[in-house]
Design a protein around this ligand. Structure first.
Ligand code: ADP
Ligand code: MG
Length: 232
């Protein structure tokens, strides 16, 4: 059993079925990619898993317990953290304040300092978030999520609009989190190349359904993927 098991998940908006009976599982201590064209239901899937949206059907099991349609805060407390497609940092707070504002029971200062080291942003601790580059804001957003020390991290397009140097930094951070802290990462992107570099497995979503799941090489070589997604 995976750390995350999604079964028959559904959600419509009016006449649009965004997520259409999706089943997928994520192995513990893996980096799993969720890829698909624009509008294929990737972000909606994250919103359903993290409790930001209510489902129309299906189940989400995290760490062996059903969490379907629980409140976002409850799900985060259980150890399932997520970032949003648009980095949600507080522009007019400093980097350090952005970390401290997260509600935790632990020693916030110690954790915040540790995370500043992890994202290599000690020098920017007193900079306002709005003065950071897009990539640094992504890193800060990930660090904010890590304040709650989640076991599973859902990241929605962390590489979008980020310069190549910082893309490499974000990639390295994710590998470190899995290899050294035993975390699990589920990451959305719409490009195969970036995901292929770090993912153990990739789930391809088309029209709110899983087209297939496999290692990056198998996914690239799949004829259905080439036809329906890569346009080959
Ligand atoms: P992706 O992240 O793969 O680009 P989304 O999950 O954002 O796709 O969207 C899937 C479909 O659901 C799209 O057709 C989108 O327009 C629709 N959708 C998503 N969120 C909403 C919403 N809050 N209200 C209405 N339609 C939505
Ligand atoms: Mg999206």
């Amino acid at each position: 059993m995976g750390i995350l098991e999604v079964e028959g998940l559904k959600r419509s908006f009016g006449g649009v079925t965004a997520v259409d009976g999706l089943s997928m599982s994520v192995e513990e201590e893996s980096i799993t990619g969720l890829i698909g064209p624009n509008g294929s239901g990737k972000s909606t899937t994250f919103n359903l898993i993290s409790g930001t949206l209510e489902s129309d059907g299906g189940t989400v099991v995290f760490d062996g317990e059903e969490i379907t349609d629980e409140k976002p805060y409850t799900i985060a407390r259980r150890g399932l953290g997520r970032t949003f497609q648009q980095a949600r940092v507080f522009d007019e707070m400093t980097v350090y304040e952005n970390l401290l504002v997260v509600q935790t029971d632990d020693d916030k200062d110690a954790r915040a300092n540790e995370l500043l080291g992890l994202i290599e942003m000690h020098d920017e601790r007193n900079s306002f978030a709005q003065d950071l580059s897009g990539g640094q804001q992504v890193l800060l957003g990930i660090a904010r999520t890590l304040m709650l020390d989640p076991d599973l991290l859902l990241l929605d397009e962390p590489f979008a609009g980020v310069n190549p140097g910082l893309v490499a930094d974000i990639r390295q951070l994710l590998v470190t989190l899995v290899e050294e802290e035993g975390k699990t990462v589920l990451i959305i992107d719409h490009e195969m190349d970036e995901l292929s570099k770090i993912c153990d497995e990739i789930v391809v979503l088309v029209d709110g359904k899983k087209l297939l799941k496999g290692d990056p090489e198998a996914v690239r070589e799949d004829e259905d993927v080439q036809r329906s997604y890569l346009g080959g």
